[in-house]
Ligand binder design. Structure first.
Ligand code: FES
Length: 259
């Protein structure tokens, strides 16, 4: 049985089209796609981001982590013959035959300044900093635009009710790609609303994590200094081994095993 790849090996494998190139002889299936209106034939198992690089585009923006976390690679596409515009993260979505693609640049959005430490934990703070949420007409366009499938409209409604916990829970996986705000007819910047909800709930409403507090205290006391020093002294091979070991411990811990 083939050995299962760890996360770093999986990322390296996923990006080998970029780092090592692809020999067309090895490609079994091709997809015809359109990038900024121009047609290209690309290997069918690439992500949109890899396909664009295969087609010769070089990302100087709209690309960050390549792993679905940073929200930089917002993409809009339409399938040939369909009227509906769809959204996707280019690093997380496979190309399909007939995709008409366009990368979205960063779009400027208003972000209020607030102090998390000074702001009272009161529901009406949402309206104080984001009065535009009162314009929400519940059209659900933001939810439909979210490539993370978050219930965006529901968290905007929760913000209107002043419910920090609901906003934080519903928006927890938001990566701030900005698609919701771009499509919103009421010009709400949903991702900033949710960020405010999360930081306020995290500081004031979320139950204290005793284990984390203990670790922070121990770190401040310098209890991990020796471990950090050892880690910094490892060579590449030793670092990989240490990482594998740590991942195995984590997997065991998450399955309910002992450390
Ligand atoms: S590049 Fe970071 S989410 Fe796609």
């Amino acid at each position: 049985m083939a050995k299962e790849k760890n996360i770093m090996e999986k990322i390296a494998h996923a990006n080998q089209s970029v780092t090592k190139g692809i020999d067309p002889k090895d490609v079994k299936h091709w997809a015809k796609i359109y990038i900024m209106g121009k047609v290209y034939e690309v290997p069918a198992d690439l992500t949109i981001m890899q396909a664009m690089e295969y087609a010769g585009y070089r990302f100087i923006h709209s690309c960050g982590c390549r792993a679905g976390f940073c929200g930089a690679c917002s993409t809009i596409y339409r399938m040939k013959g369909e009227y509906k515009l769809q959204t996707a993260m280019a690093c997380q979505t496979r190309v399909e035959c007939g995709m008409y693609l366009v990368q979205l640049p960063f779009s400027p959005a208003e972000k209020p300044i607030y102090s998390v430490t000074k702001e009272p934990y009161e529901g009406n703070s949402f309206l104080k900093y984001f009065p535009e949420i009162a314009r929400c007409v519940s059209c659900n366009t933001c939810t439909k635009a979210c490539p993370q499938d978050l219930e965006v409209m529901d968290y905007v409604q929760a913000a209107l009710r002043g419910d920090f916990q609901r906003v934080a829970e519903l928006s927890f996986d938001c990566i701030q790609c900005g698609m919701c705000a771009l499509r919103c007819p009421a010009e709400i910047v949903q991702y900033n609303v949710s960020q405010f909800g999360r930081v306020m709930y995290g500081r004031n409403g979320f139950p204290e994590n005793k284990a984390l507090k203990k670790v922070v205290k121990a770190t401040e006391k310098g209890e991990y200094k020796k471990d950090f020093k050892n880690l910094l002294g490892l060579n590449m091979k030793q670092s990989k081994e240490a990482y594998k070991k740590q991942q195995a411990t984590k997997a065991k811990f998450l399955k309910g095993g002992k450390k």
